[in-house]
Design a protein around this ligand. Structure first.
Ligand SMILES: [Zn+2]
Length: 73
């Protein structure tokens, strides 16, 4: 399995956290107490979905307008 926080592969599931996303049991795991706490922190802060790695989402021009999708902000 893959830990949903640290993304290490081949880890042993320690906690089933599927219910945090209303997923069926057995679909989302973390590998340790530490990962469980940190993932819960991201959820609590509302950062889980909005955390955007700068390497992928960083823009030099904040007013960039996509030709296909309009203003991207
Ligand atoms: Zn982990």
């Amino acid at each position: 399995m893959i830990c949903s926080y640290c993304y290490k592969t081949g880890t042993t599931p320690k906690h089933d956290v599927s219910h945090w996303w209303n997923d069926s049991e057995g679909s989302v795991y973390v590998c340790s107490d530490d990962c469980k706490d940190k993932l819960k922190g991201l959820l609590k802060d509302g950062k889980w979905m909005t955390h955007r790695p700068e390497r992928i989402f960083g823009r030099k021009d904040p007013d960039y307008v996509s030709p296909n999708f309009g203003a991207v902000k």
